[in-house]
Each structure stands twice: as structure tokens, then as C-alpha cells.
Design a protein around this ligand. Structure first.
Ligand SMILES: C[S@@+](CC[C@H](N)C(=O)[O-])C[C@H]1O[C@@H](n2cnc3c(N)ncnc32)[C@H](O)[C@@H]1O
Ligand code: SF4
Length: 382
């Protein structure tokens, strides 16, 4: 089982971001620490006997959390479940100096992997993205992460306004000086309910259209393959063996709990798979958890088709795709491939070269990944 911990606070809100993250003048750190520990105890009572393979502190900006809070959470997990010897404990961090100073304390707390939100390696684009750090600070943070943690990764956002293919290729070359085994590369998306949504709609900036977006994607794949870090998932690149174990649990449709405001989980209990979701509002989450031990909405039992669709959508994000056996086992939908997928459309997608279906595995080609959001609904029967 994986454990996801959501820390919902940031120093400021980036104009592109629609994650459940909030800016607050003050945070009662003792209460927040007590609430996470309490929520973990409640989950442990429902889920005895599990082995924890990974812990992921995401956000928001969990590197703003006091390291003692991370330590208390890790300790509560160790106290309540067996934790695997090679547990991966990741912390998402922003590369500001305040956070870099705390890296050693997070390491002492048990964190062994850090994922830095670098986003761009030039100050002009960092400013446009509303980031609080410079490119120099970002590379300094990467250097510190390298010395402090066993493993690290960083995120970049591409297909930015006015970015051209050549400058992105150069920036990936700069990134090569700094990455080690893992890099996440996301194409900028304009999300509803963000300041970018409004300013983009008002024509204040434009982003690459679909064709140029595809060129950016293809270039990214070519360059990263050349660097020896091919995509193992749509937006994630790693040397073999350096993949994020926690995220692999999502993509393999394994079990994980989600603790913290708005966190999601997927869990098998008594032979039934459930979707879990915690209250979105930080204040309500905190209050309900301290008062009643939890702030989860009623667990939703997933029917067979939902499980099959989720397992398929997750599995096809992986370069290796998903074997029919794993797909049907993890979703509990025996015979699901015949029952839920149009065989004629599957054949057509193979002819087009979007999907590869060999030796009982389904996987998407690069062209398939580019069309993934339309392709999966096309393949599914109603
Ligand atoms: C929860 S955020 C990262 C945590 C950390 N607060 C940070 O900003 O570095 C996860 C990642 O999603 C990516 N991301 C968020 N919104 C995005 C958007 N609209 N388009 C593309 N990537 C986005 C960013 O690369 C970001 O680092
Ligand atoms: S991108 Fe990261 S720092 Fe910016 S608002 Fe979102 S979660 Fe916070």
C-alpha cells in the first residue's frame, strides 16, 4: 500500500495551478500535526495488516511543513503498519531558500526522495509562471538535494507562451546538467478557475496550438531518449530502476490511502474496491479530523466497469502499458477486455499505430499517448 499525505498550503498561488493549495497568514502547526496522526490512526484501524511500500508528501508545498510534522507522520505510519525495508518516502519541494535550509531535517525525519518544482530554467519564464524562485536558486536547490537525499527528481513545464522548439531543446540540455535518474516534464495546460484561464481567454497570451504541442511532445521524447531517460509514463522520465515507486502504484491500480484535504485514495477492503476522498477545505478537514478522527466522504464502492476503466486509463499511461491479465486482475473484471472494449475499434487503433496489442499486453505508442484523452473513450463500449 502507498500512503499519500496532502499538505494544502503554499507561499503564494501560481497562476496556472488548480491543485488544492491555499495561502494562509497563519497555520496552527500543532493542530495540523495532531490531525494527520489522528487520521492515520483511523485508517490503520480500518486497514490492519498492510505493508506500506511508499509515502508521498504532496501538495500544496509540503516542504513548508515543519520537518517535525513529517517526522510525526512517518512515525505514526511506522507505528500502525509494517513498513517495507526499502520504503520510498518522497517530499515535493519548492526551490526557495527557506525550504532548502530544511532539507537535512527532512532527511533526518526519514524522507529519502525529493521532487522539486523547478518549472523553468530561465528567470523570464519563471516570472511569467508566478514562481517565487530564480533559476539560480532552483539549480542550487537541485545541488543540495543531490547531496542530502538518496534520490531526487524535478519538474519542468514546457510549451509555454513564446517558447520555441529550439529554446526548449536548449533548456532540456541545461536540465541534463542537473538531473540524475528522474525528471517530470509537463505540457502547460490552462485550467479552469485559475488566473491563467481568464488572462488566456482575454488574449493576453497564447500557448502552442495542438500541432505545435505535438511537436513539443515529440521533441521532448526524442531528446530524453537520447539522454537515456525515456518516458516510462506520459510525463515522467527515468533511467530504468529510478521510477517513482509511489506513482507506479497509481498507474498499476494498486492500493493507496490519501490523507489530508482533498486527498484521494483507492483501496480494496473485504474484496471490494473503494474510491476515497477527503474534505476539500483545509479548515473543515482539520476540524472534522480533530473532532471525529477523519474527514473522509463516505467511501464509494466502485462497480466492475468503473474499476476496469480506471485500471485501463492508469495502465495505458505507462510505456509498457498493461497486460490483459494484470488489467483484469487489478480491476477484478475477468473478461473485461472483451466485455468493455470495442474489438473493431481496438483493431482500428492498432492499424493506425496508436495502440500496440501484443503478447497479451495493451500499450500506447507515442502517437497514441498524444491522442490518449480521445482514444480511451473511443475504445470503450457505453
Ligand atoms: C502540486 S505541483 C508541485 C508541488 C510544488 N508546490 C511546486 O509547485 O513545485 C505538481 C506539479 O504539477 C505541475 N503543474 C501544475 N499545474 C500545471 C499546469 N497547469 N500545467 C502543467 N503542469 C502543471 C508542475 O510542474 C508542478 O510542479
Ligand atoms: S504549483 Fe505548487 S507552489 Fe504553485 S500554487 Fe500549485 S502547488 Fe502551490
Amino acid at each position: 500500500m502507498g500512503v499519500y499525505i496532502h499538505w494544502p498550503f503554499c507561499l503564494s498561488k501560481c497562476p496556472y495551478c488548480d491543485f488544492n493549495s491555499h495561502v494562509r497568514a497563519s497555520i496552527d502547526q500543532d493542530d495540523w500535526q495532531a490531525a494527520y496522526v489522528r487520521a492515520i490512526e483511523e485508517y490503520a484501524a480500518k486497514l490492519p495488516g498492510r505493508i506500506v511500500q511508499s509515502i508521498f508528501f504532496g501538495g500544496g508545498t509540503p516542504s513548508l511543513m515543519p520537518p517535525q510534522t513529517a517526522e510525526a507522520i512517518i512515525y505514526a505510519i511506522q507505528k500502525n503498519w509494517r513498513v517495507s525495508n526499502d520504503v520510498e518516502i518522497t517530499l515535493e519541494a519548492n526551490p526557495t531558500s527557506v525550504e532548502i535550509e530544511k532539507f537535512k531535517d527532512f532527511r533526518s525525519a526519514g524522507v529519502n526522495r525529493v521532487s522539486l518544482g523547478v518549472q523553468a530554467l530561465n528567470d523570464k519564464d519563471l516570472k511569467f509562471l508566478g514562481r517565487e524562485h530564480s533559476a539560480v536558486e532552483a539549480t542550487r536547490a537541485i545541488d543540495t538535494a543531490r547531496t542530502v537525499f538518496d534520490r531526487y527528481s524535478f519538474d519542468l513545464i514546457y510549451a509555454r507562451p513564446e517558447q520555441d522548439l529550439k529554446s526548449w531543446e536548449r533548456e532540456l540540455g541545461d536540465a541534463q546538467q542537473h538531473f540524475d535518474g528522474h525528471l517530470s516534464l509537463y505540457q502547460l495546460t490552462i485550467e479552469r478557475n485559475t488566473p491563467f484561464y481568464m488572462s488566456h481567454a482575454q488574449g493576453e497570451f497564447s500557448i502552442p496550438d495542438q500541432d505545435l504541442g505535438a511537436d513539443f511532445y515529440n521533441l521532448t521524447q526524442d531528446v530524453m531518449e537520447g539522454f537515456g531517460l525515456p518516458a516510462y509514463e506520459v510525463s515522467n522520465h527515468a533511467k530504468p530502476g529510478a521510477e517513482s515507486q509511489h506513482n507506479m502504484t497509481y498507474w498499476r491500480y494498486g492500493d493507496y490511502i490519501g490523507v489530508g484535504p482533498g486527498a484521494h485514495g483507492r483501496l480494496r477492503m473485504n474484496g471490494q474496491k473503494y474510491a476515497t476522498r477527503e474534505h476539500q477545505s483545509p479548515e473543515i478537514w482539520l476540524k472534522n479530523t480533530l473532532d471525529c478522527g477523519g474527514a473522509a466522504h463516505p467511501f464509494e464502492a466502485l462497480d466492475e466497469r468503473s474499476r476496469f476503466v480506471e485500471a485501463l486509463m492508469m495502465g495505458l499511461r505507462l510505456r509498457g502499458g498493461v497486460s490483459v491479465e494484470d488489467l483484469e486482475r487489478s480491476s477484478g473484471a475477468a473478461g473485461g477486455v472483451d466485455r468493455y472494449l470495442h474489438q473493431d475499434k481496438l483493431k482500428e487503433a492498432r492499424t493506425q499505430g496508436w495502440i500496440e496489442a501484443k503478447q497479451d499486453r495493451l500499450s500506447l505508442s507515442r502517437e497514441g499517448w498524444l491522442r490518449m484523452n480521445a482514444l480511451i473513450p473511443y475504445l470503450l463500449k457505453d
